[in-house]
Design a protein around this ligand. Structure first.
Ligand code: SAH
Ligand code: MG
Length: 190
């Protein structure tokens, strides 16, 4: 069933997490006993499903703004019988109100808004919780700018670099960068 979603993602160019990235995330969830997860950017529900499958007690709230992807995610979550453990919200995460407190906040939406998502949702983070952000490498373009081909790519690289500066200079959080998948950042309160 997971392979069916992976195939759909490939065929429809949905940027789900890379295999070693999602494996790393799931093993982190297991080893740190994470139970409540907030995800920004559900796409078709793949990472939310993978995270929920780590342990029966895990609950995921996830936000998606694209209607087609949202509908596909609802369908996939239902096929996995995870409707009671994955709460998917259709909307723009920049102006969604979330009240809960989460052990893990996983940011995997539009790269240009990472600073905004980080600032907004750190209010929903448990005291010893962590924020994980995906796509810090942008296919290697962040580390090797000679690979940049378009103006659009240059803009995204600049925004990712701004986000890295924001994390490095953050007074409240300390961040480590892990070279798995498309590059992830793990931020904890100091
Ligand atoms: N986490 C998913 C992949 C997410 S891809 C997985 O690994 O399976 C990024 C998604 O974020 C896209 O579907 C995009 O529509 C969504 N997105 C981008 N900006 C958003 C926003 N402001 N609010 C909600 N979703 C957003
Ligand atoms: Mg991603």
């Amino acid at each position: 069933m997971l392979e069916k979603i992976e195939k759909y993602a490939r065929e429809n160019r949905v940027p789900i997490m890379l295999p070693d990235g999602i494996d790393y995330l799931c093993s982190y969830i297991k080893s740190h006993n994470v139970k409540k997860i907030l995800e920004i950017g559900s796409a078709i529900g793949y990472s939310a499903i993978r995270m929920a499958l780590v342990d029966d007690e895990i609950k995921v709230t996830t936000i998606e703004k694209d209607e087609i992807r949202y509908n596909e995610a609802v369908k996939n979550i239902h096929e996995f019988n995870l409707d009671d453990r994955i709460n998917i919200i259709f909307g723009d995460a920049l102006n969604t109100d979330i009240n809960g407190i989460y052990d893990l906040i996983f940011i995997d939406a539009s790269k240009g808004n990472n600073i905004n998502f980080f600032k907004k949702y750190s209010a929903n983070l448990a005291k010893y919780g962590i924020i994980i952000t995906d796509n810090l490498f942008f296919h290697g373009l962040v580390q090797d700018e000679t690979l940049i081909k378009t103006k659009n790519q240059r803009g995204i690289v600049r925004k990712i670099k701004d986000f890295i500066t924001f994390l490095d200079e953050n007074e409240e959080f300390i961040t480590e960068y892990i070279a798995v998948g498309d590059g992830i950042a793990i931020s904890k309160r100091k």
